[in-house]
Write a protein that binds this ligand. Structure first.
Ligand SMILES: C[S@@+](CC[C@H](N)C(=O)[O-])C[C@H]1O[C@@H](n2cnc3c(N)ncnc32)[C@H](O)[C@@H]1O
Length: 268
């Protein structure tokens, strides 16, 4: 039985279903960005065979695939059943569980490295979420968290704002954790040590307009849309705003993430 069939229990409700509706579009678009973040994490942490990594909010498994290719023993967890199904299909040898922050389904100190990319802000409480990430990390192991950066050039934000201004979905302000220093401060407050923060630039290309719209307004075809009657206007607004990103038939979007790493030390 797949995770989408409801064969596994104990899930958070609405948010998980929302991410399930977006899963196919996510897998076709942004999923590759997590592999670029993995490359930056690999610069900060000693990775390779023998290392046990957990990816929390693993989505369709982009980072897990990059970790496995590196010889790392990777495990993942996500509350969206469809995301879990996609990740399991892609990585049948990987331990991928249905669940989410703050209830990580592993015992204390199971992993050398616990990562989370663009998922922390979906937890009900970020302090509780960080405590959960640290709980499953070994003493002297590392936690690595990445979030889209709001205060440096971020093409996705530009396009999302254009969509919202035309009556499309509103994505809201990412808050202080998506601005310089915010995530690092949270990591220190939570008790991580040797906290390091860096900006990770990423690029992603849409092969054409359909691909671009799928990335900016994911789930539009499958999910309930509050603005379905205005979609053509929203589409036009996104395509217009993306003109500066268009070259040789491809839209190339540049987005940066803040990546913070820190160690779990005894008694933290
Ligand atoms: C923006 S996607 C990022 C997916 C993946 N990390 C990546 O970068 O490709 C956010 C993911 O967070 C998951 N998520 C939502 N609420 C969560 C929670 N409470 N704990 C962990 N993950 C959560 C969603 O299901 C979704 O897969």
């Amino acid at each position: 039985m797949s995770a989408s069939d409801g064969g596994e229990a104990g899930l958070p409700g609405g948010a998980a279903q929302k991410w399930s509706l977006l899963a196919d579009d996510w897998a076709l678009t942004w999923d590759g960005v997590a592999a670029q973040v993995y490359a930056a994490i690999a610069d900060e942490a000693r990775l390779g065979p023998g290392v046990r990594l957990l990816d929390v909010g693993c989505g369709a498994g982009g980072l897990l695939a990059a970790a496995q290719a590196d010889g790392v023993t990777a495990a993942g967890i996500d509350p969206a059943p469809k995301m879990v199904d996609l990740a399991r299909e892609r990585l049948p040898d990987c331990d991928i569980r249905l669940g989410g922050l703050p209830d990580l389904l592993w015992a204390e100190e199971e992993f050398d490295l616990v990562v989370s990319v663009n998922a922390l802000l979906f937890a009900p409480d970020v302090y509780e979420a960080l405590a959960a990430l640290m709980r499953v990390c070994k003493t002297d192991g590392q936690v690595a968290i990445a979030l889209w950066a709001d205060d440096v050039g971020n093409d996705l934000d530009v396009l999302e704002q254009a969509a919202a201004a035309a009556g499309g979905p509103a994505f809201g302000d990412g808050g202080p954790l998506r601005r310089d220093g915010g995530l690092a401060e949270l990591c220190r407050e939570a008790g991580l040590e040797d906290v390091r923060s860096r900006l990770v630039p990423t690029t992603w290309s849409a092969a054409g307009i359909d691909d671009l719209l799928r990335a900016v307004i994911p789930g539009e075809q499958s999910g309930p849309s509050s603005s379905a009657s205005r979609l053509p206007e929203v589409h036009r607004a996104v395509v217009d705003a993306a003109q500066p990103m268009l070259a040789e038939g491809k839209y190339t979007l540049r987005n940066s993430l803040y990546l913070c790493t820190g160690h779990v030390r005894p008694n933290t």
